[in-house]
Design a protein around this ligand. Structure first.
Ligand SMILES: [Fe+2]
Length: 325
């Protein structure tokens, strides 16, 4: 049984931002602004910072012009600056190296390479910008409201999950192999909904996708229609559809570099700390995938490498999916 009462060694509050390397910044900006509806907060040469219309933090997505598509970092917010110092001491105690870095629009930043190779950074503060929720003409494309979660694929979900549990994450949902009981998926959160980070089993570490919340199905369909209008209708990769875990209504798109963005409807809340994780079996296909066709092979296999982190030799390239029986 996974303990959902945790005393975190430092206080992460939520997923904060994703930083990506892209090959053509102009093309990426058009995609994220026109299709997803993100707002440009800051641009400095080859780097652009974007946020969604509900967000007042400086950015939730950073795009940097580079030679190869990759994910520089998955960023989490902590409660106060003192939590950054506590985090530095925590990782030092585990012999895990940390680095202080600077970035426009953010306060102090502590970068960490987790044992799984996942690159994370922690920050307590960001510059504040206006919330554009009531500026209705600012809403474009899918009308993304706020960043919700990311999914990272790793060969050993149990071990990587333990890393996050030890950092104070709570498990909302767990997916196990029906025959072996091996953990193939974990939904981990700090902000009391199903997920800040989801772990799924495959060769890794790789960023499978990151997800923004969109207000309604109409906005989701509008993003699909705009993909068609932009001539990238075939990059509507999966959905709209429904996941059993999280009860998420989803649609996935691939950006010009193949990075995968998901739009989801507002997720349920995990209200109480004594709520145990819901355990799913991947053999219960009708529960895990209640309706719709199977995921395409490219949705299963293709994902974004972390910058400078090699792909493990463990695990299949294709992400696990529910048995098709
Ligand atoms: Fe997701």
């Amino acid at each position: 049984m996974i303990d959902t009462y945790v005393s975190p060694p430092f206080r992460i509050t939520r997923l904060s931002h994703i930083a990506l390397q892209v090959r053509d910044l102009e093309a990426s900006l058009e995609f994220y602004q026109r299709l997803a509806g993100l707002i440009l907060s800051h641009r400095d040469g080859g780097t652009a910072c974007l946020r969604a219309v509900e967000e007042t933090s400086h950015h939730s997505l950073i795009l940097t012009q580079g030679d190869e598509p990759s994910c520089d970092v998955v960023g989490f917010r902590v409660l106060e600056d003192s939590d950054l110092d506590a985090a530095e001491a925590y990782f030092a105690g585990l012999d895990i190296a940390t680095v202080w870095r600077d970035r426009p629009g953010q306060g102090r930043i502590l970068g960490v390479t987790l044992p799984s190779g996942i690159l994370i950074e922690l920050t307590a503060r960001m510059d504040r910008l206006p919330r554009l929720l009531t500026e209705y003409s600012a809403r474009k494309g899918g009308g993304a409201l706020r960043l919700d979660h990311c999914q990272v694929i790793v060969p050993d979900v149990e071990a990587t999950g333990a890393t996050f549990l030890n950092m104070g994450f709570r498990a909302a949902e767990v997916i196990e192999q029906g025959d072996t009981g091996r953990r193939v998926g974990m939904f981990l959160h700090r902000k009391n909904n199903p997920h800040d980070i989801v772990l799924s089993m495959a060769a890794g570490p790789r960023l499978h996708h990151f997800a923004f919340i969109t207000p309604d199905l109409q906005s989701m369909f509008r993003a699909c229609d705009i993909a068609g209008e932009m001539g990238i209708g075939n990059e509507v990769e999966r959905g709209p559809g429904r996941h059993g875990p999280g009860n998420s209504a989803f649609v996935y798109f691939r950006d010009p570099d193949g990075h995968r963005i998901e739009l989801i409807l507002p997720p349920m809340q995990i209200m109480d700390p004594d709520e145990p994780p819901k355990v799913w079996s991947n053999a219960d296909k009708h529960m895990v995938v209640p309706w719709g066709g199977p995921a395409s092979q490219r949705w299963r296999e293709e994902a974004t490498l972390f910058t400078g982190v090699p792909l493990s030799t463990d695990g299949d390239l294709a992400r696990w999916v529910a048995d098709s029986k």
